[in-house]
Design a protein around this ligand. Structure first.
Ligand SMILES: *[C@@H]1O[C@H](CO)[C@@H](O)[C@H](O)[C@H]1NC(C)=O
Ligand SMILES: *[C@@H]1O[C@H](CO)[C@@H](O)[C@H](O)[C@H]1NC(C)=O
Ligand SMILES: *[C@@H]1O[C@H](CO)[C@@H](O)[C@H](O)[C@H]1NC(C)=O
Ligand SMILES: *[C@@H]1O[C@H](CO)[C@@H](O)[C@H](O)[C@H]1NC(C)=O
Ligand SMILES: *[C@@H]1O[C@H](CO)[C@@H](O)[C@H](O)[C@H]1NC(C)=O
Ligand SMILES: *[C@@H]1O[C@H](CO)[C@@H](O)[C@H](O)[C@H]1NC(C)=O
Ligand SMILES: *[C@@H]1O[C@H](CO)[C@@H](O)[C@H](O)[C@H]1NC(C)=O
Ligand SMILES: *[C@@H]1O[C@H](CO)[C@@H](O)[C@H](O)[C@H]1NC(C)=O
Ligand SMILES: *[C@@H]1O[C@H](CO)[C@@H](O)[C@H](O)[C@H]1NC(C)=O
Ligand SMILES: *[C@@H]1O[C@H](CO)[C@@H](O)[C@H](O)[C@H]1NC(C)=O
Ligand SMILES: *[C@@H]1O[C@H](CO)[C@@H](O)[C@H](O)[C@H]1NC(C)=O
Ligand SMILES: *[C@@H]1O[C@H](CO)[C@@H](O)[C@H](O)[C@H]1NC(C)=O
Length: 845
């Protein structure tokens, strides 16, 4: 009995809502316009809606699908005295009414006049001469498309939110996609030369000047802050997403950034960044604080992904805390202070908003450099590090800054010895970030230049006397004093230069000496390596980071020399990296014997492995000999031990990130050793999950790679693939097979489903066929390593135990191995593609 009134109430409410919607909006679907049309920004505009957040739209054109439509027209927010001509996303009902339920606020994705807003009464004319002109009430032209002589015949707003003017042939004469502001919509591309520039703030739509931008240049894609040199805080795109529903993608390919949805899986997972399924409408926006966010409508507008936030988190943005400021933790901002003696040189620009940065209490003055000093900050990271000086002493670095008037700070990166480091002298100081020293594998200090107040002038100049005679005398005294001070200064400066020069020579001599310290990789001269490799004539191979050449040292030992390519812009210290790699010794890891850093050349010298890489031995067709089962078992165990050592026994955990047969080398006795390790980022042992810019090899990439949850389990996965290749004697992707068998993982899964694994064991090896039971047993290990859920994969030390027979394989495994990169991983056209991440994953940084 009580139910009836409730239900009628509900119905009543429903009709009230329906009535409200239909009364506040008139239906229209008006995607195109002809010439000689004028729209006025006032209450006469037909499709005008007020939203509860204070924004108002007056729509002119409307087109779209699914109840989310793109509209263009006038937009304002707040006081609504100034308006933009904009493209925005609105919600519509079944009869194309724009609706304004409480939370469906319009989302502006493009605007014509963000720097010249217009008032009420402004007009937008699509003139008879084919130009779209926005004219303010006072008659001034706020914006125009400049298309008078281009035979425009009409205007169209496309399904994906592109406003365009077309000519008689339907050819596009002008389009809003060519003039992006701060957003990209699905289907839009950012081309070379184009930039996204955020607005000043969320309430002020004016274009930011000299701050953040995201742009595509002929060098690649960069997120940066304008300065000289630019502060690049992202040279690729990194994202974290929900890996289970990948449907829309960000792709940096062929020199442009695209953002779109695909119904099929991408053919090359290496090139794509998936964003969770576009269940409804999405757009991407470069925010005023430099974040690149993806927004999606899920019954309200939510932030789906924050694409550029890297390992430094919120502090990883050059202006996270403004200029001259220190960022720690999750964007805690403060002004740097000198601790000994404790003295403040900076104060916040605004006490209430510490993230606006700090100003110098006494501005730096080049006239009184003798009163300048440094504030030393240790364990800090700076967004961009471009070494101005390499392999120098910390004091040399500081002196260079002191001597250069435009230098604001000296930033110094070094390994274990502060006599050999890289020095960067920025002329503008952005946010400096405090970091946990364990997270990076080098020491980093910053010395901020500060100005002391000149000591009070000497009593001579104060002597009070009205007499001209005395004045004269004072002048003479002053003159001679200044004279002698100048003389003294010259002497002192000369002395300083002498001392510094001597020190520098000494430092250089000591450095030569230091090169020979045992335990450290040897520093070779370029000439030595040139001689050893006979002018780099015997090429062993071409890897991801450069070519490898065979050589012989004067002592007769054979070496492999890797010439690293394209590393000139690498930010982080090469020497520190080499020292840390050189300190890793394990019988199943290829030993780094030395290195060479000469001009822009970077070479690594490794022990020579006479049997080359594993890929030469395991694939049918291109192998020399068929390896015996015992030998294969030993190789598998060796790889597992090498990886277990990297993951668990090093001082800092090392994730290899690029395990594949090409990176497994065999010595004359077929002992397997893992190579190219440590070229990837070293990560802190305690950190189980890090977000890292990475680029492995398609086919060996773990599925969670797409979600950027990178743990050492990605290596376990790649190991699983390699193991399978060894057991089956074929490549994981092999076009010489019948089409349904191109993917080894697919074949493997079918094998499990049909209980028929014997068929996939390497058929070219009678010895393998003779040990088929053991091989199948080892396939279980592979299955365990290939679990889609990385938490279910074993650690490498567990794998070692299983291989040694002291542990069993987990029984409850998931035999569903497929994931996107398996669908269409191709090797063939990899070369035509520009990698998404110009930073090399496994490269020294
Ligand atoms: C534009 O002009 C064409 C042809 O003159 C006409 O068919 C069309 O209806 C016009 N469109 C609008 C929106 O007025
Ligand atoms: C929107 O608000 C303005 C000012 O409050 C008012 O004049 C106008 O009539 C409203 N428009 C609609 C469509 O409700
Ligand atoms: C309008 O301004 C309010 C308050 O500044 C803000 O919360 C809201 O997001 C803005 N709306 C739009 C559509 O920009
Ligand atoms: C735009 O149209 C209005 C009204 O028709 C007219 O007053 C104005 O001069 C036109 N402006 C331009 C630039 O054609
Ligand atoms: C149109 O031309 C003017 C002057 O040449 C220029 O300032 C303006 O930026 C141009 N507008 C567009 C949309 O290209
Ligand atoms: C306008 O764009 C849509 C696609 O978004 C297209 O289907 C339509 O034909 C275009 N109209 C004109 C007149 O070009
Ligand atoms: C918006 O920012 C610009 C540039 O900083 C400034 O000149 C302008 O006054 C601001 N506008 C408002 C309404 O605060
Ligand atoms: C890359 O761009 C060039 C020039 O714009 C074009 O000719 C080529 O087809 C593009 N390649 C791919 C794979 O899209
Ligand atoms: C520095 O010297 C220049 C010229 O010698 C002078 O114009 C300037 O005012 C001086 N600045 C200070 C802060 O003393
Ligand atoms: C940093 O420097 C200290 C002392 O100079 C040294 O002990 C330590 O190993 C260095 N850390 C790294 C990561 O190189
Ligand atoms: C001073 O430093 C700036 C940048 O820090 C650099 O561009 C300039 O070349 C340096 N000048 C000298 C004389 O070293
Ligand atoms: C660091 O290098 C300097 C000179 O290059 C040398 O004198 C000093 O002993 C080294 N210190 C360590 C701890 O290796």
């Amino acid at each position: 009995m009580m139910r009836v009134p409730w239900i009628s109430c509900l119905f009543f409410a429903f009709f009230v809502i329906l009535f409200c919607y239909s009364s506040s909006a008139q239906p229209f679907d008006y995607p195109t316009a002809n010439l000689s049309t004028t729209w006025t920004n006032d209450e006469s505009a037909p499709h005008s809606i007020n939203f509860t957040d204070g924004s108002r739209v007056r729509s002119i054109l409307l087109r779209g699908t699914y109840g989310h439509k793109f509209a263009c027209g006038f937009f304002c927010n707040g006081t609504c005295t100034s308006y933009l001509f904009a493209i925005f996303i609105v919600q519509t009902n079944s009869v194309s009414n724009i609706v304004a339920p409480g939370i469906a606020f319009p989302q502006v994705v493009w605007s014509a006049n963000r720097d010249y807003p217009v008032g009420i009464g402004a007009t937008l004319n699509l003139t008879a001469s084919g130009e779209l002109v926005l004219q303010d009430v006072d008659g001034s032209i706020a914006w125009t498309t400049n298309t008078t002589k281009k035979s425009v015949v009409g205007m169209n707003l496309t399904d994906i939110g592109n406003l365009l003017l077309f000519d008689v042939d339907g050819k596009v004469v002008w389009q809003s996609f060519d003039h992006p502001t701060d957003c990209l919509v699905l289907g839009q591309k950012l081309f070379q030369g184009q930039k996204l520039i955020p607005s000043v703030s969320s309430t002020n739509w004016t274009t930011q000047k000299g701050m953040y931008s995201l742009q595509v240049t002929n060098q690649g894609l960069f997120a940066s802050v304008e300065s000289n040199p630019p502060q690049i805080y992202d040279d690729g795109l990194v994202t974290r997403t929900n890996p289970n529903k990948e449907r829309s993608y960000v792709r940096f390919l062929n020199g442009s950034l695209s953002y779109f949805i695909v119904s099929t899986e991408p053919s090359d997972p290496d090139m794509w960044i998936p964003i969770p399924q576009a269940s409804s409408v999405q757009y991407m926006k470069l925010m005023p604080d430099g974040h690149l966010k993806v927004f999606e409508w899920q019954n309200r507008w939510i932030v789906l992904a924050d694409l550029l936030t890297g390992p430094l988190g919120e502090c990883g943005y050059p202006l996270a805390c403004g200029r001259n400021a220190l960022c720690s933790g999750n964007q805690q901002c403060s002004c740097p202070v000198s601790t000994s003696p404790r003295k403040e040189y900076f104060r916040p620009m605004n006490d209430l908003q510490p993230n606006l940065g700090c100003t110098e209490i006494t501005p730096l003055s080049c006239n009184s450099t003798q009163d300048q000093d440094f504030i030393a900050l240790t364990n800090v990271e700076y967004v961009t590090f471009v070494a101005n000086m390499e392999t120098v002493n910390i004091e040399v670095c500081k002196q260079a800054c002191m001597k250069n008037c435009s230098c604001k700070a000296a930033i110094f990166h070094y390994g274990s010895n502060s006599s050999r480091g890289d020095c960067y002298l920025p002329s503008e100081l952005f946010t400096v970030t405090s970091i946990d020293p364990d997270v990076i594998h080098y020491n980093s200090s910053a010395f901020l230049k500060v100005q002391n107040i000149r000591p009070p002038p000497s009593s001579t100049s104060e002597s009070p006397s009205p007499l001209a005679k005395r004045k004269n005398r004072v002048a003479t005294v002053l003159g001679s004093t200044i004279g002698s001070i100048v003389l003294l200064l010259i002497v002192v400066i000369g002395f300083v230069i002498f001392v510094v020069h001597k020190r520098k020579m000494k430092a250089e001599m000591e450095e030569e000496y230091l090169d020979q310290v045992p335990g450290m990789p040897t520093r070779f001269s370029y000439e030595e390596l040139k001689t050893a490799t006979e002018c780099f004539c015997k090429k062993l191979g071409q890897g991801g980071f450069g070519s490898v050449y065979e050589g012989t040292l004067t002592d007769g030992s054979k070496i492999a020399v890797k010439c690293l390519e394209g590393l000139t812009q690498v930010k982080k210290s090469f020497l520190a990296e080499v020292e840390s790699i050189g300190s890793i010794h394990h019988v199943n890891l290829v030993r780094l014997r030395g290195f060479c850093a000469w001009k822009s050349q970077r070479l690594l010298v490794y022990e020579f492995m006479s049997n080359g890489s594993l890929d030469r031995w395991i694939y049918q067709g291109d192998r020399k000999h068929v390896l015996k089962w015992e030998c294969r078992k030993k190789i598998v165990l060796d790889i597992a031990k090498g990886l277990a050592y990297l993951h668990e026994d090093c001082r800092q955990k090392i994730i290899h990130l690029d395990i594949k047969p090409q990176n497994i080398l065999l010595d004359s006795d077929f002992n397997a050793k893992v190579s190219d390790f440590g070229l990837s980022k070293l990560i802190d042992r305690n950190q189980t999950q890090v977000i890292t810019t990475m680029r492995g090899t398609p086919g060996y990439l773990a599925p969670e790679w797409l979600s950027s949850i990178i743990t050492e389990k990605v290596d376990v996965y790649s190991f699983g693939i390699v193991l399978l290749e060894i057991l089956c004697g074929r490549k994981n992707f092999d076009r010489s097979q019948p089409e349904e068998s191109w993917h080894l993982l697919g074949v493997f899964q079918k094998g499990w489903e049909q209980g028929n694994l014997l068929d996939i064991v390497d058929k070219y090896s009678d010895d393998m066929q003779a040990h088929v039971e053991e091989v199948v047993e080892m396939m279980k290990v592979a299955s365990w390593c290939l679990q889609n859920d990385f938490t279910r994969r074993p650690s490498m030390s567990t794998v070692v135990k299983v291989l040694e027979g002291v542990m069993n394989v987990e029984s409850n495994l998931d035999y569903n191995f497929s994931h996107p990169s398996m669908q269409k991983t191709t090797v063939g056209h990899e070369k035509d593609l520009t990698p998404l991440l110009p930073s090399i994953l496994s490269g020294p940084r």
